[in-house]
Design a protein around this ligand. Structure first.
Ligand code: PEP
Ligand code: MN
Length: 293
C-alpha cells in the first residue's frame, strides 16, 4: 500500500523534503475548489449559509436536554449538541451519562426536529453510537487519537473535528486527513481556542487560523467561542464576527439554568442570552448578505 505522502501529487520526489510539503492532500482545497457541503442529518454546513449548533455542555437528564432542544429549535439553532461521554480534566468531575445520555439526547433531538452531534472518546464506542447520532464530535483532547479518527472514518458518520488546544493548524488538517483517508469526507472543522500565555480568557480563539483553514481546505469551518473564551459576554460578538468573516457556523453552549449546570455552567448562555445572540446574528448575517441556515 502506498503511503499518503507517496501518493501526494504535490509532494517532492525527494523524501528529505517531504515534511515541508502539503501532505493533507484529501482535505486540500484543490480537491474541491468550490468547497464541500457537509450535512448533519438534513442540516448543511458550507452551502454559503451560517449554521448554528447549540446545546448544553453535558446531557444531565431527559428533561434538561428536551427543554434545551426546544430552546435551540425555537430560536433558530439547527443542530443540538450535548456531551454524554465527557473528557473532564479531573477524574472526580461529572463524567457524563454515557450511552443512556445519548439515548435521551436522541429523543430530545427527534422531538424538536433537530439533528444531534455528541462526543465519542473511545474507538470501541463508535460502532454502538453510530445509529444513535447524526454526527460525532471529536474533542480537542482527542484530536490526535488516531485510532478514533480511523474508526470514525470507517463508520462513514459525519464528524466535527475540534482543534486540539496545543496543536498547529497543519496537525489539525492532518487529523482531518485521517478521517477522509478512510473514505469519510463528511467532516467539518471547529476552532475552539488554543492555549497561549494569556489567562484572561479560558483559551485564545484563533480566528485567523480558522479562516486560514477554510481557505486551505474544502471543509466547512466553524468556531466554538464558548470553550474558547469561557465568557458568555464575549460569545455573541464572536459569533457575529464569524458570520461577517465568512466562516460556516458556530457552536455555543446553552443551558436552561446555567447556575445548576453539572459542567461548564460559567460559560453557558441562558435562554434569553441565546435568543438575543440569534437576533444579533440575524442582523449581521443580513447586513453581509448571508442567510442563516
Ligand atoms: C465540548 O464541546 O463539550 C468539549 C469538551 O470541547 P473541547 O473538546 O473543545 O474542550
Ligand atoms: Mn463544555
Amino acid at each position: 500500500m502506498q503511503t499518503p505522502l507517496e501518493e501526494n501529487p504535490m509532494s517532492s520526489s525527494d523524501p528529505s523534503e517531504l515534511d515541508d510539503e502539503i501532505d493533507y492532500r484529501r482535505v486540500h482545497r484543490s480537491q474541491h475548489p468550490q468547497g464541500s457541503v457537509v450535512r448533519f442529518g438534513s442540516t448543511p454546513f458550507g452551502d454559503g449559509g451560517f449554521t448554528v449548533i447549540a446545546g448544553p455542555c453535558a446531557v444531565e437528564s431527559a428533561d434538561q436536554i428536551d427543554e434545551t432542544a426546544r430552546i435551540v429549535a425555537d430560536h433558530g439553532g439547527r443542530v443540538l449538541r450535548g456531551g454524554a461521554f465527557k473528557p473532564r480534566t479531573s477524574p472526580y468531575s461529572f463524567q457524563g451519562l454515557g450511552l443512556e445520555g445519548v439515548q435521551m439526547m436522541r429523543r430530545a433531538a427527534d422531538n424538536h426536529g433537530l439533528p444531534l452531534v455528541t462526543e465519542v472518546m473511545a474507538p470501541t464506542a463508535v460502532e454502538e453510537m453510530a445509529d444513535l447520532v447524526d454526527a460525532f464530535q471529536i474533542g480537542a483532547r482527542n484530536m490526535q487519537n488516531f485510532d478514533l479518527l480511523k474508526a470514525i472514518g470507517a463508520s462513514g458518520v459525519p464528524a466535527m473535528l475540534k482543534r486540539g488546544f496545543g496543536t498547529t493548524l497543519r496537525e489539525w488538517l492532518l487529523a482531518a486527513e485521517y478521517i477522509l483517508a478512510e473514505g469519510n469526507d463528511q467532516v467539518i472543522l471547529c476552532e475552539r481556542g488554543i492555549r497561549t500565555f494569556d489567562e484572561a480568557t479560558r483559551f485564545t480563539l484563533d480566528l485567523a487560523g480558522a479562516l486560514w483553514a477554510q481557505r486551505e481546505t474544502h471543509l466547512p469551518v466553524i468556531i466554538d467561542p464558548s470553550h474558547a473564551t469561557g465568557k458568555p459576554g464575549l460569545i455573541p460578538s464572536l459569533v457575529q464576527a464569524a458570520v461577517a468573516a465568512g466562516l460556516d457556523g458556530a457552536m455555543v453552549e446553552v443551558h436552561p439554568e446555567p447556575e445548576s449546570a453539572r459542567s461548564d455552567g460559567d460559560q453557558a448562555l441562558d435562554p434569553e442570552q441565546f435568543a438575543e445572540l440569534m437576533q444579533r446574528l440575524e442582523r449581521v448575517a443580513g447586513a453581509v448578505g448571508r442567510p442563516l441556515v
